[in-house]
Write a protein that binds this ligand. Structure first.
Ligand SMILES: NC(=O)c1ccc[n+]([C@@H]2O[C@H](COP(=O)([O-])OP(=O)(O)OC[C@H]3O[C@@H](n4cnc5c(N)ncnc54)[C@H](OP(=O)(O)O)[C@@H]3O)[C@@H](O)[C@H]2O)c1
Length: 327
């Protein structure tokens, strides 16, 4: 089968299209004929060698849509040819014609009355599931709260902002890195959107209940300082590649604040059923359009390096998907 591989860690240009052995499902697994694969910052990190213990060559790709190809021993509830989405985040492999995945991390698409485009189905598993888990299971967001989201126009940021509104937040504030992203972020339903250089001044004195930080560095440090008592800072990425931010436990005690972490990959390894439950809970929000997954580009296998580069250059908005099946 055709796959995009990472033969060695490095720039986007290392991504190579190659013929590789088609995977077979093992116990508790299925294989999927991939239609589309989501393109994420996570795969950029794999490619750069930031993720520990990744053996090469590696096929990246943490989420896909497609149809069930083969069903492994012990798996019930799926049929060959059934339309599905899946989180392939544990072993990667989504940038390929066929991917093998734990059946617990596969979401049947025919459970929904309204159909969902396969491009969108490939783009929701990672970001919208993360949004649901972060707001419901990690930050325990209550209706009426104020939520601040960094990289608000990005893949996961745009899902978190919209999900916060859908779950009843009263005020959702977006922070973006450049002027070009402001109008786009506003179109996603944020109550307010500010530039990263200006947001602190603009919201000073507001009571912020939850800060979502995928950026790290200053965003993390400032995020903690902006929280109201009982506020929660959710740490979920370090896109700025800043030095780690040390948090004083005594300071948390004195200020009645919490710092929480979330890692979808780790959750998918240790609690796949909880992740699948959140994905299934999140899917209707996508189908109804309450959380719109904006697929801004459908990319051919030949153009995957350009797509990775646009994520690194910070020029991408919304979500790109890789078209794997062409017929
Ligand atoms: N913990 C988890 O389970 C989980 C799940 C999904 C994603 N994530 C993390 O969330 C982050 C965003 O992922 P994504 O796929 O949705 O990507 P994305 O938001 O579409 O792209 C990354 C964004 O980070 C912002 N950024 C700030 N400083 C940056 C810098 N120095 N270099 C590059 N980008 C910078 C940029 O937005 P601005 O221009 O607006 O600043 C950029 O667009 C990543 O760190 C990813 O690893 C974590």
């Amino acid at each position: 089968m055709k796959a995009i591989i990472i033969p060695q860690f490095g720039e986007a240009s290392v991504l190579t299209q190659k013929e590789v052995i088609t995977p077979q499902p093992g116990l508790g697994e299925v294989t999927i004929d991939v239609a589309y694969a989501g393109i994420n910052y996570a795969e950029v990190l794999f490619r750069k060698g930031v993720v520990a213990d990744l053996s090469l060559p590696f096929v990246p790709g943490i989420e896909v849509s497609g149809t069930i190809r083969e069903i492994g021993e012990g798996v019930t509830g799926f049929q060959i040819g059934q339309a599905v989405a899946a989180l392939t985040i544990v072993g990667g492999g989504g940038y390929a014609e066929v991917v093998k995945v734990d059946a617990d991390l596969v979401i049947a698409l025919d459970q929904e009355t309204k159909t969902i485009d396969m491009e969108v189905a490939a783009a929701f598993p990672s970001n919208v599931t993360t949004a649901m888990m972060i707001l419901s299971d990690v930050a325990h967001m209550e209706k009426g709260e104020t939520v601040l989201v960094h990289a608000a126009a990005g893949g996961v940021g745009s899902a978190i902002g919209q999900m916060a509104r859908a779950l009843g937040a009263a005020r959702v504030i977006g922070v973006v890195g450049s002027k070009q992203k402001i109008a786009y972020a506003k179109s996603l339903g944020y109550n307010e959107v500010y530039l990263r250089d200006e947001y602190v001044e603009a919201i000073r004195g507001s009571g912020i209940d939850i800060v979502i930080d995928q950026v790290g560095g200053d965003a993390r440090e400032t995020g903690l300082s902006l929280l109201s008592p009982l506020g929660r800072l959710v740490v979920m990425g370090n896109a700025s590649e800043a030095e780690d931010v040390a948090v004083s436990a005594n300071e948390l005690w004195f200020s009645s604040k919490a710092v929480l972490g979330f890692n979808l990959q780790l959750m998918s390894v240790y609690h796949p059923k909880a992740v699948a439950k959140a994905a299934k809970k999140a899917l209707p929000y996508v189908v109804s359009g309450q959380v719109s997954v904006d697929v801004t580009d459908v990319v051919n296998l030949e153009d995957i390096a350009k797509a990775h580069k646009s994520i690194e250059d910070r020029t991408s908005k919304g979500k790109m998907v890789l078209q794997v099946k062409t017929t």
